[in-house]
Design a protein around this ligand. Sequence first.
Ligand SMILES: Cc1ncc(COP(=O)(O)O)c(C=O)c1O
Length: 345
Amino acid sequence: MACTNGTAALEIAISALGIGLGDEVIVPDFTFVATASAVLYAGAMPIPVDVNPGTYCIDPEKVKAAITPRTKAIIAVHVAGHPADLDRLQEIARIHNLFLIEDSAHAHGSEWKGHKVGSIGTIGTFSFQASKLMTAGEGGMVVTNSEDLAVRIRSVHDCGRMPDQWFYAHFINGSNYRLSEWQGAVLNQQLNRLDGQAAIRSRNAAYLNKTLPEIKGIQPQKLDARVTRHGQYCYIFRYEKSAFKGLSREKFIEALAAEGIPTQASYPPIRLLDVFQNGEFRRRLLPEHAASDFSFLKKSSPVSEDAAESTVWLVHRTLLGDEGDTAQIVDAIKKIQQHAGELVA
Ligand SMILES: Cc1ncc(COP(=O)(O)O)c(C=O)c1O
């Protein structure tokens, strides 16, 4: 079901699943705000947990530890296009009777053991915002294999209407989340080139995975062996400033830009966002839920914090060139390392 954007896609998914006041949804601490804000928008509490230090995707064991009687769902984010551990998350969801939502905003065409992400959990959501692998400026999509949920999703996104019913009959409390047809036409054309572009990005990412670890202080996102395609919304690596004479990550990114290599910012941990630290989030919750301690807000998520401070995100268009173009990325990083002392000074 196409919809207005990826945030709306999550809001629709949560509403269609009947998640709301008094409920909790476990989300990764290292993600874009929408993964959590869509939960809060429904009056439920997002519970951020830490991520895996290799893939930066939600850590299933941390999910397990955060389950309470209020928990209704888990939202997994496929960070930069790398699928979260869907085997373990599905198992946990099954045992604890939880919904699994795949926030696939980064992961158009990514595959887990040969299956496209978004199609594995209860519901998958996508974004077609301007930075994404497919875009119509804005846009989003909700996918499910359940016929019943598909009907609810369609209804939530179209003012509570139901199939084959009168235009002014409204059966549930929906909203208007409809995508325009011209945006759909633009996206349909992009779907035709998604596979071809994904193959180019995969080839260039494989080159970087092979060559970047040769540079001291650069550690690419780890590829889980069960991933059959990483869509490479971004190419992430961890930057260790001690190997660059203490050059800050921000100065390193500036130097990369000067070499013609664009990056985009890493995410601050969800937990540390103002809306959670200043208490504003409590206004969306039931009073007895809002009065909870939510002690996780005072604890640390070491991996998410490190990822926020130390990862560098190369944007996907840098991976659409040939091997020579990709080698320039490696050369630029080596050059920055060679001149790190001067840059620090
Ligand atoms: C992980 C994640 N989820 C959800 C969204 C929300 O998508 P949109 O910007 O289309 O609302 C984004 C990005 O923009 C995202 O990166």
